[in-house]
Write a protein that binds this ligand. Structure first.
Ligand SMILES: Cc1cc2nc3c(=O)[nH]c(=O)nc-3n(C[C@H](O)[C@H](O)[C@H](O)COP(=O)(O)O)c2cc1C
Length: 200
């Protein structure tokens, strides 16, 4: 089993989402000691934004790309290769201003490539990153689970599903900014949800 862990908190120290993602990976590796782990730490190694230069590089045929364009596409290729090789994907995802961190959005933009990770057929879109299990550790200062303010879960379920990843387990640590008791309770709940998710 190949596990790919993606950390997207902007914090390199004290991140709850990274802590929960680490916990999920630890539990998976306890169940399968042979499992390999690829860690993509977007905190320390941010992926570049999908800007005009990147789009230009992606839409230029490979043989005609400048060295700079080829280098930019190669950065995305590396992320695509990592997720293509993964059997299990573990995402650590804080809520930032009601959305996902920009780093995670950049990663999603990088792995979403027509003809490679999805394609359109006569029957509609088809995701090509199939056969994977995904665990998402969500951390929030407030409490938004199952409310219209939680745009993260519908967004992630949609885009991951579009790419072929439909087996997605979300675990939540909410209320982390609501005092020490709330923080303790949030982490205990998240740890319990991790046990259920890895057993599922
Ligand atoms: C820039 C920023 C924006 C945030 N926006 C939200 C938000 O919209 N809703 C919320 O519940 N918490 C918000 N928070 C709180 C974080 O979700 C919370 O601190 C979480 O634990 C951060 O993840 P981390 O511990 O992995 O770094 C925000 C925190 C930061 C630093």
């Amino acid at each position: 089993m190949n596990i790919l862990q993606i950390n997207s908190s902007a914090r390199s120290e004290g991140s709850f989402s990274t802590r929960l993602a680490d916990r999920i990976v630890a539990r998976l590796r306890e169940a399968d000691p042979e499992a390999s782990l690829t860690l993509r730490n977007l905190t320390g190694n941010p992926h570049p934004i999908l800007d005009e230069a990147a789009l230009g590089a992606l839409f230029t045929p490979a043989a005609q790309r400048t060295g700079e364009q080829a280098a930019r596409v190669a950065l995305d290729d590396a992320l695509i290769a990592e997720i293509a090789a993964a059997d299990v994907v573990v995402l650590g995802v804080p809520m930032y201003n009601f959305g996902v961190p920009a780093q995670l959005k950049n990663w999603i933009d990088a792995i979403s490539r027509a003809g490679v990770t999805f394609r359109y057929t006569a029957n509609g879109p088809e995701g090509l990153l199939t056969g994977k299990k995904v665990y998402v550790a969500l951390t929030r200062g407030g409490k938004y689970r199952n409310t219209p303010a939680d745009s993260q879960v519908p967004y992630l379920a949609t885009v991951l599903g579009f790419l072929g990843m439909k087996d997605v387990h979300f675990v939540y640590a909410e209320g982390l900014a609501m005092g020490a008791d709330a923080e303790r309770e949030a982490l205990a709940t998240a740890y319990a949800e991790i046990e259920d998710a890895v057993a599922a």
